[in-house]
Design a protein around this ligand. Structure first.
Ligand code: FES
Ligand code: FES
Length: 152
């Protein structure tokens, strides 16, 4: 079985996996990183969203062979020591989550957006396609704006 090396949350990892294995299963089943959630498996719900080289990707639809040498960030790697990322803090402050299942992916999509713009518009936020069955979209919008105001 091929071996792949990449960085996850600042640590270089080596994994043996079939080339076509979805990154979400490498993260969850081989590395024990369970922040990315499995919903649809077909690039629709976005619950599995993580960052690859800083860009939001759906890990259910990303083959492990495509991330060789790249930097992966999951929700577990967002905080800086005991200091949460402004998006994580805003999510807590505004009590965004309901069941919580979609929220790691929502936060990772928000972090990607905040890396591209420090003043996201409603249209920018609406362009995030992550689904929430609990309908927390209003609080997500407010949290992204709160986080934007606190980005360094
Ligand atoms: S699990 Fe739904 S997009 Fe990945
Ligand atoms: S908080 Fe339940 S699916 Fe989004």
């Amino acid at each position: 079985m091929p071996n792949y090396s990449f960085t996850v949350n600042g640590t270089v990892v080596n994994v043996e996996a079939p080339a076509g294995m979805a990154l979400i299963w490498v993260l969850r089943d081989k590395l024990g990183i369970t922040g990315p959630k499995y919903g649809c498996g077909v690039n629709i719900c976005k619950a599995c969203t993580c960052l690859v080289d800083g860009k939001a990707v759906t890990t259910c639809s990303t083959q492990v062979s495509s991330v060789q040498g790249k930097k992966i960030t999951t929700i577990e790697g967002l905080a800086n020591g005991s200091t949460l990322h402004p998006a994580q803090q805003a999510w807590l402050d505004l009590d965004v989550a309901q069941c919580g299942f979609c929220q790691p992916g929502q936060i990772m999509a928000a972090v990607d957006l905040l890396s591209r713009t420090r003043n996201p518009t409603d249209a920018d936020i609406d362009a995030i396609e992550n689904m929430c069955r609990c309908g927390t979209y209003g609080r997500i919008r407010a949290a992204i704006k709160a986080a934007a105001a606190k980005m360094p």
